[in-house]
Design a protein around this ligand. Structure first.
Ligand code: ASP
Length: 592
């Protein structure tokens, strides 16, 4: 008697021919072919075909005839080769089938609200409501497994580089990462609240003061931001911190980690070191501090070519000190005038006042510029600067420099999308360095940190003298395919310097004591120089998977309005629960 082999639905091959196997899984599909019943049995490892012959296994056939998709069964029988010509080369198990001797129903399924056996388009609300069924579908099975492999690779790599994985608390107080906090009322301390961490920032710095040398955590972070297309109120970061690093040390570890992660999880080779750009250079050349380097199409400052132009709008722009930026599209001359108008209309949605274009058609340039302004010298000089040739198009934008850069940056991405130049299978990493230490807060007009207030000034900026907006920081961002994967910095470890930064940012002494007194105190006890970085796991997996939304790489995401449609959260709570928490609200509970 053959020993019974317990197998997954993805592992049996012709090498197992003749063995007796027991498989458990979900009924993917069933078919009745001339009396024989075929069941495709599924689990996360694959599909195996089970064949039930009513002549040899009448009891099994009776059960099989009652099966419906998503029933859970155990099937037992002999592994045999499929008849010649009926093999399925797309399946790892496609050479064999199980000749069923018995079928047991372990549980029945209602008809699912959408098909499980394929990735057909289904309303996302329905998918989120029945997420446990959505998770069974091939696409999510793949991306969640990919996420596991990627995170495991991170753990392995960081472990090999001397990092310890350490958990930091969830019930804490405000972390200044620039978003709103989620608050948790304390029952034991009436009127007091915890905040959920926006990041483990302060704790990881304290771990360095605590002598742990190198720390990391796959850390859940919470940020109560306004709902935006692809945001989640809770997300995961690879968070790390090192003692005594230079910026170069952090960069080297990150490049090694990312290369290992992409290789181990995806089999993709990532070339290191990554290209580096300064913050100013990224804006100047690509119109973004997270440039997509999969393609060139750089921005050009063509203001000087328009000196003395007849085109009044550009002449005025120059006289006001604004910039004129150009972008050349290879093959752009094939666009119709209507197409050009559509592009100009799009540019206005990005904030442009208009978009001028020159089409370098074979029968001579055509343009939205007035004829008198389109001199041969102008065309020659624009061609020389942008390297545009016959058949290409040149787009021109005039505005205050940073605005013009931002608009041109968006246009660049749009055109690249249209032309299929953003291949999801290509991975173009880069570092953006030399960030400013502070930015102007548009609302309050006060200073705000470009990263966070714990970022150390760059060498030369430590004295914090002169125009604060000109100060540079030891802050670095790693970018992939136009998405910021993460930010980090060398931190301040000198309590006096940290106090000075807080003061510049407008914190009162009282505020500083209340919010960060513990940190400043810790810095008085031999705090070592330290620095680190945090990378968004959801984004990395999204780029690895080539997907469209981070909801595709999170097992149980919230929808775009930050609701969980499956468990129905958030929901009002009983008045008694509020009372116990010392919370009174005069807002009537929403109707559910
Ligand atoms: N705490 C920062 C963040 O979450 C990352 C860092 O500076 O290490 O963006």
């Amino acid at each position: 008697m053959n020993q019974l082999r317990r197998a997954t639905c993805g592992e049996l091959t012709s090498a197992d021919e003749g063995s007796a196997a027991l498989l458990k899984g979900w009924v993917n599909t069933t078919r009745d072919h001339g009396g024989l019943i075929f069941i495709d049995l599924r689990d996360r490892f694959g599909l195996t075909q089970v064949v039930v012959d009513p002549r040899s296994a009448p009891a099994a056939a009776e059960v099989a005839a009652s099966l419906r998709s998503e029933d859970v069964i155990a099937a037992q029988g002999l592994v045999r080769r499929r008849p010649a010509g009926t093999e399925n080369r797309k399946l790892a198990t496609g050479e064999i089938e199980i000749a069923a001797e018995s079928i047991d129903v372990l549980n029945r399924s209602k008809t699912p609200p959408f098909p499980i056996h394929d990735d057909s388009d289904v309303d996302e609300g329905l998918r989120l409501r029945y997420r446990y069924l959505d998770l069974r579908r091939p696409h999510l099975q793949r991306s969640i497994a990919l996420r596991h492999r990627a995170v495991k690779a991170v753990r392995d790599y960081l472990d090999s580089r001397g990092f310890l994985e350490i958990e930091t608390p969830m019930l804490i107080k405000q972390t200044p990462e620039g978003a709103r906090d989620f608050l948790v009322p304390s029952r034991l301390h009436a009127g007091a609240f915890y905040a959920l961490p926006q990041s483990p920032q302060l704790f990881k710095q304290l771990l360095m003061v605590g002598g742990f040398h190198r720390y990391f955590q796959i850390a859940r972070c919470f940020r109560d931001e306004d709902t935006r297309a692809d945001r989640q109120p809770e997300f995961t970061q690879i968070d790390l911190e090192m003692t005594f690093p230079t910026q170069e040390d952090v960069i080297e570890i990150m490049e090694g980690m990312l290369a290992h992660m992409f290789e181990a999880a995806l089999g993709a080779k990532v070339a290191t070191p990554f290209p580096r750009l300064s913050h100013a250079e990224a804006l100047r050349r690509f119109g973004s501090d997270k440039p997509d380097l999969r393609f060139a199409m750089e921005l050009h400052d063509v203001g000087p070519a328009f000196t003395g132009t007849e085109f009044k709008i550009f002449a005025d722009a120059l006289s006001r000190g604004n910039a004129i930026l150009a972008l050349a599209e290879t093959g752009g001359a094939s666009r119709s005038r209507r197409d050009m108008d559509a592009l100009a209309a799009l540019a206005t949605t990005f904030g442009a006042k208009g978009l001028a274009w020159i089409s370098l058609a074979p029968d001579g340039p055509k343009s939205s510029l007035p004829k008198s302004a389109l001199t041969p010298q102008l065309v020659d000089s624009l061609k020389a600067q942008t390297k545009a040739q016959e058949g290409d198009a040149i787009y021109l934008l005039a505005d205050e420099r940073s605005l013009a850069q931002a608009i041109a940056g968006k246009l660049r991405l749009h055109i690249a999308d249209e032309r299929g130049m953003r291949d999801p299978k290509q991975f173009a990493f880069c570092w953006v360095l030399d960030f400013p230490l502070f930015e102007r807060d548009e609302e309050s007009q006060g200073l705000q940190p470009a990263h966070h207030p714990f970022t150390a000034p760059a060498p030369g900026s430590e004295a914090l003298s002169g125009d604060p907006l000109q100060l540079r920081a030891q802050h670095y961002d790693v970018v992939l395919n136009g998405m910021e994967l993460g930010s980090g910095s060398i931190r301040i470890h000198d309590p006096a310097l940290q106090r000075k930064i807080f003061t510049l940012l407008g914190y009162s002494d009282d505020d500083v004591e209340r919010k960060f007194g513990f940190l400043l105190e810790a810095f008085e006890y031999g705090a070592p120089p330290h620095g680190g970085i945090a990378l968004g796991v959801d984004r990395i997996i999204l780029l690895m998977a080539g997907g469209e939304s981070i909801r595709e790489v999170i097992a149980f995401p919230k929808n775009q309005r930050f609701q969980d449609l499956m468990i129905n959260a958030p929901t009002p709570v009983e008045p008694a629960a509020l009372k116990e928490l010392h919370v009174r609200t005069d807002i009537p509970p929403p109707r559910t």
